[in-house]
Design a binder for this molecule. Structure first.
Ligand code: PLP
Length: 433
């Protein structure tokens, strides 16, 4: 007698009470088909589903679980915080500590405000950029995700003069009429857009290493030019480091770019994911002159009942403390590279077109011979092949992101044996592709 599939049972039950059975669309496995795994618990590099099947987890809650699941020092910090109270709606010392910890590690900012989600942080960063500059328009790039604020759910219009069209029902066209969507890594288009609209732009928002179209780096010339154009036109350069912040390096992706572009700094930074260590916590920050436009000092309104939540800040602080130990990122990057080079060798041995890139504990792989530079190229991936690879790996106990446009994440808890198991599984699957 076969065991009942608890994942399937739960998915069917969930679908009756939650739209699509999930509380965030990618979890529904719509891109890859099949039944989403309902996770019952996780520890270290592993998650267990409702059937008791174990997976090596390369999602890590989409980035936050950089230490692996249930790190004892983080659990201890959260437990202590819980006993002192869940939420006060009044300021706490730990918020100050977390703000100081973030600013110390990312010197481009003088002040931060803590919020509860990346969406909220990006949405407010745009409001602040508009309030601080007195301008309305903004640039974003195709394939970059900055959460689901209305003004950011937008795709390119028919030309550089026409601005964007909503990508979601429920977003009136007027709401995105100030959002200009450009192609990632296209310097000529960027220059043209600034020539046309430079003086009306409040900000340019970008994922420096885009993790929402798998893994695509902004090229050095592109990022350098973006910085120059923003400075020339008084436009705020906003790096969305919700995914990359404290994930690719302790100083975020901005520290990676600063190594190659002397003096490089964003005007504003949006953070989330790792800074909460798996709890709802995000932030945005900038220089003092910009941040002082925020209420209660200035005229740009923002607020949050659970902002700077005492349990979330305890989790974030404990996480930041642990990832700041010397050598942490070198070791994490080495693990990630062992994985990516192993996958590449396995694909090459089987004659499967494959390319792969990583920075710190974040990686992406493509079933194509060369690394793509923009969203349109990413989406040329053979999705049937990807889905076959994804499901075969899942059956082998390896949980990669269930969509070809998502990045992957390695944690400090992944062992050599986990990576070897992953590469071995990939070897036999590539041979069958
Ligand atoms: C995840 C993500 C967001 C949105 O964060 P949420 O906490 O899911 O709202 C924004 N920007 C980037 C780059 C992200 O990866």
């Amino acid at each position: 007698m076969t065991q009942p599939d608890r994942n399937l049972e739960l998915f069917q039950r969930a679908a009756r009470v939650i739209p699509g059975g999930v509380n965030s669309p990618v979890r529904a496995f719509k891109a890859v088909g099949g039944t989403p795994r309902f996770i019952s618990r996780a520890q270290g590099a592993y998650m267990w589903d409702a059937n008791g099947q174990r997976y090596v987890d390369y999602i890590g809650s989409w980035g936050p679980m950089i230490l692996g699941h249930g790190h004892p020092e983080v659990v201890e910090a959260v437990q202590q915080a819980l006993h002192a109270g869940f939420s006060f709606g009044a300021p706490t010392e730990r918020e100050v500590e977390l703000a100081e910890a973030i600013l110390q590690r990312m010197p481009s900012m003088d002040m931060v405000r803590l919020v509860s989600s990346g969406t909220e942080a990006a949405m407010t960063a745009i409001r602040l950029a508009r309030g601080a500059t007195g301008r309305s328009k903004l640039i974003k790039f195709e394939g970059c995700y900055h959460g689901h604020a209305d003004a950011l759910l937008v795709k390119a219009g028919s030309g550089l003069a026409t601005f964007g069209n909503p990508t979601s029902a429920g977003v009136p066209p007027e709401v995105v009429q100030h959002t200009l969507v450009l192609e990632y890594n296209n310097v000529a288009q960027l220059e043209e857009a600034f020539a046309l609209h430079g003086k009306e732009l409040a900000c340019l928002m970008i994922e420096p290493i885009a993790g929402n179209m798998n893994f695509v780096r902004a090229s050095i010339p592109f990022m350098r030019r973006a910085r120059e154009l923003c400075t020339e036109h008084g436009v705020l350069l906003v790096l969305d480091e919700v995914m990359t912040g404290f994930r690719v390096a302790l100083g975020g992706a901005q520290s990676v770019y600063a190594k190659q572009i002397p003096g490089f700094e964003p005007d504003m930074t949006v953070m989330g994911k790792v800074i909460g260590g798996g709890m709802p916590l995000a932030a945005f920050g900038a220089k003092r002159a910009v941040m002082e436009h925020l209420a209660p000092l200035g005229t740009v309104y923002q607020a949050g009942t659970l902002s700077g939540n005492p349990v979330a800040t305890a989790c974030g602080l404990a996480t930041l403390r642990l990832i700041s130990q010397p050598g942490f990122y070198d070791a994490l990057a080495a693990k990630t590279q062992a994985l990516t080079s192993g996958l590449l060798a396995a694909a090459q041995a089987a004659g499967v077109p494959f390319s792969v890139d990583s920075e710190g504990g974040m990686f992406g792989f493509f079933l194509m011979p060369d690394l793509p530079q923009n969203y349109a190229t990413v989406m040329q991936t053979d999705s049937k092949r990807f889905n076959h690879f994804f499901h075969s790996m899942l059956d082998a106990g390896v949980y990669f992101a269930p969509a070809l446009y998502e990045a992957g994440f390695v944690s400090a808890a992944h062992t050599d044996a986990d990576i070897a198991h992953t590469v071995d599984a990939a070897k036999s699957i590539f041979a069958s592709l």
